[in-house]
Design a protein around this ligand. Structure first.
Ligand SMILES: [Zn+2]
Length: 237
């Protein structure tokens, strides 16, 4: 079996799809194949014409072979109630983006299902997300089994666990929220992870990486393609 790598574009939402969709197409051309897009499904406060445009763009991506995965509900933690101390720290470290950090079993399940409901509204009933990636990877101890109960792959920061329980070690190269002086090291780490013949490396991209880091990211994708690894999607695992 050929070795694999994943290319995952995070935080695709109703608020950025117009800007981000052309970036996805450009990356697809470079990579030679479509890849995984992590969707924030909440459209609550968006005007209806934008929601319509977002829906059409998601359909177009799907038709083009992109894989859509679920990335939280709002990607924004709204309250601290019922969070564990670790969860509160997680939330503060990420500017309130760690939606699932330290939630109680009930709140975690409630939020996951709000995310799934918003997904249904947006993408339809027929296609469930193949994977769930909690925003910023901060989690709680209940979430992995709640995700697996919905037959989705669960992504941790450094590992993937399929719905059937198969676990992959998965080093990630990610650049959002990293201080400037560490960016070089992050790219170097990514290049090494892709070249070393173990694990299932991921390149995790965010809207804020573009255009500031476009060239470096293109280089990293070229390294991945030249490493003998095959660009894969969550559903291939
Ligand atoms: Zn995110």
């Amino acid at each position: 079996m050929a070795r694999k790598f994943l290319l995952c574009f995070h935080d695709f939402s109703v608020w950025n799809y117009q800007k981000v969709a052309p970036i996805l197409e450009e990356l697809k051309d470079l990579a030679g194949a479509p890849f995984s897009v992590l969707v924030i499904p909440d459209t609550d406060k968006a005007p209806s014409d934008m929601v319509k445009g977002f829906r059409e763009t998601l359909q177009k991506l799907k038709a083009g072979g992109f894989e859509l995965a679920l990335h939280g509900y709002k990607h924004q933690a709204e309250f601290s109630q019922g969070r564990s101390y670790a969860g509160l720290i997680g939330m503060n470290l990420t500017g309130g983006e760690a939606e699932f950090a330290g939630l109680s079993e009930f709140e975690s399940s409630r939020l996951l299902h709000l995310g799934l409901d918003a997904w249904k509204e947006l993408i339809g009933d027929s296609e469930k997300p193949t994977a769930f990636v909690p925003p910023t990877w901060y989690s709680n101890k209940f979430l992995p089994s709640q995700v697996h109960a919905e037959k989705m792959l669960y992504e941790e920061r450094f590992a993937l666990v399929t719905a059937k329980g198969k676990r992959y070690a998965s080093p990630v190269a990610s650049f959002a929220g990293i201080p400037d002086f560490l960016i070089k090291a992050a790219f170097k780490f990514g290049a090494i992870a892709l070249k070393v013949p173990v694990g299932l490396p991921r390149i995790a991209l965010h809207p804020v990486d573009f255009p500031a880091r476009t060239d470096k990211i293109h280089d990293l994708i070229r390294i991945a393609l030249n490493s003998g690894r095959k660009l894969s999607q969550y559903k291939d695992l």
